[in-house]
Design a protein around this ligand. Structure first.
Ligand code: UGA
Length: 432
């Protein structure tokens, strides 16, 4: 099929490269000339494992070409994917103006209106609103939300759990079935608003699982229970499932925080108070600052305390620092006068743009750890798990605290070396 993709950010570029690899003829459009040049020369502007190689290959094989959004006459495509950003506006709602600009551009540049597939995340009800604004879209509009995770987007694309399409007619569903004809995942066809709701409800539910296990972990700390065993025990019930039950310093990223907030706001606009969503958010805000609360209890005064924060991105496998727990924590510690050294394998450049100038960045974790009294792990990079902990012990100063914000270090090994170990819901000494 001839598929055009508008918006070559994270979702658009992954979709373009994967569809091109599957044999479709893909043209990617974007407004940003610098970004287009950099992608064409094989240098994608963000870190996503294996994406660079896939994009380069598709360009070489000429199944993927890049074009600037401009004025064209009589463009043709079987389907157009819109994958532009929908950031939070100053009003706290999702800003869909980039989608509106893309739709206007499509209407004035394509000879016959192709199917328009919306992959951008939009609040439920958006599609119907857009159709009332542009009635010619009615039979062409398809909501087809994405469930890709940063850091594993390509394997998520290739192995979807389900393919959702929301449209007003059978033709829309058929178009989606044709694009994904080689996939074995079940299709769920619905109306447009339900499809949009599936995306928001999925993210909110996962965020709910995380906040829930975090509160259970906090209670485990009070009672002397071990949250890893609790997670395992409840996750084996197939009605609950084992995923998204790892406690720690809360969730971050460009999706969960924004989508949970947006669903809560949407609910309020319809005069329905969805209290659960607000609790998920409040728990997460508290959880992101757990190491700060711990240090504040431990020391009378944080002024001048030397701390190393390992990990800046909101999770491993990405250089994305949006709503990262680590960035929020560093800001809080820094406001309290803590001296901060930090290291991350890929996110230092992004972080330098947003963190206070007083933060010390290092290219080597051991340089960052040298002479600090506490080391806090905020991102689950495997590199940190495999550090030479004996060496770490020698280079830290008393009281040699390790705060494992991801509950993923070998607790017994760390405690046997003599560190003061703290995590979330792992207060008792591990016997394993
Ligand atoms: C999330 C969803 O998982 C994707 O399905 C969705 O497509 C995407 O948002 C989106 O809406 O675009 P992503 O933000 O890349 O994907 O990150 P996740 O891997 O889901 O992790 C989100 C946060 O939850 C991270 O900060 C992670 O550290 C945290 N997390 C995850 C936990 O604290 N505990 C867990 O057990 C799992």
């Amino acid at each position: 099929m001839k598929i055009d993709v508008i918006g070559l950010g994270y979702v658009g570029l992954v979709a373009s490269a994967c569809l091109a690899e599957e044999g479709h003829n893909v043209t990617g459009y974007d407004t940003n000339t610098k970004k287009l040049k950099s992608i064409s020369s094989g240098d994608i502007p963000f870190y996503e494992p294996n994406l660079n190689e896939l994009v380069k290959l598709a360009i070489q094989k000429q199944t993927f070409e890049l074009k600037k959004i401009d004025k064209y006459e009589n463009l043709f495509a079987d389907a157009i994917i819109i994958a532009v950003g929908t950031p939070l506006s100053n009003m706290g709602t999702l800003d869909i103006s980039q989608i509106q600009v893309a739709i206007k551009w499509i209407i004035s540049n394509y000879q016959n209106l192709p199917f328009i597939i919306i992959k951008s995340t939009v609040p439920p009800g958006t599609g119907e609103k857009l159709i009332s604004q542009y009635p010619e879209l009615a039979n062409k509009y398809i909501s087809n939300p994405e469930f890709l995770r940063e850091g594993q987007a390509i394997s998520d694309w290739k192995n979807p759990d389900r393919i959702i399409s929301g449209s007003k007619n059978l033709e829309g569903n058929k178009c989606i079935e044709k694009i994904y004809e080689n996939y074995t995942a079940p299709f769920v066809h619905s109306d447009i608003t339900s499809s949009e709701m599936i995306k928001f409800a999925s993210n909110a539910f996962l965020a709910n699982k995380i906040s829930f296990i975090n509160e259970i972990a906090n209670l485990c700390d009070k009672l002397g229970a071990y949250v890893d065993d609790v997670s395992k025990g409840i996750g084996l019930d197939p009605r609950i499932g084992p995923n998204y039950l790892i406690p720690g310093v809360g969730y971050g990223g460009s999706c969960f925080p924004k989508d949970v907030q947006s669903l809560s706001d949407l609910s309020m606009t319809h005069l329905q108070s969805f209290d659960l969503l607000q609790s998920i958010i409040t728990t997460n805000q508290k959880q992101q600052l757990m190491p700060y609360f711990y240090l504040s209890e431990k020391f009378d005064n944080l002024q001048g305390l030397k701390v190393c924060v390992l990990g800046l991105s909101f999770k491993a496998g990405t250089d994305d620092i949006r709503e990262s727990s680590s960035i929020n924590l560093i800001n809080q510690l820094s406001n309290s006068g803590v001296i901060i050294n930090t290291y991350d394998p890929v996110s230092i450049n992004n972080s330098k743009k947003v963190l206070p100038e007083t933060v010390n960045f290092f290219d080597d974790p051991f340089d960052a750890i040298n002479g600090v009294q506490a080391t806090i792990i905020m991102t689950e990079w495997s590199e940190f798990q495999n550090l030479d902990w004996k060496k770490v012990y020698k280079s830290m100063k008393n009281p040699k605290i390790i705060f494992d914000g991801k509950n993923y270090l070998n607790q017994k090994l760390i405690q046997d070396l003599g560190f003061e170990y703290f995590a979330v819901g792992r207060k008792i000494k591990s016997q394993k």
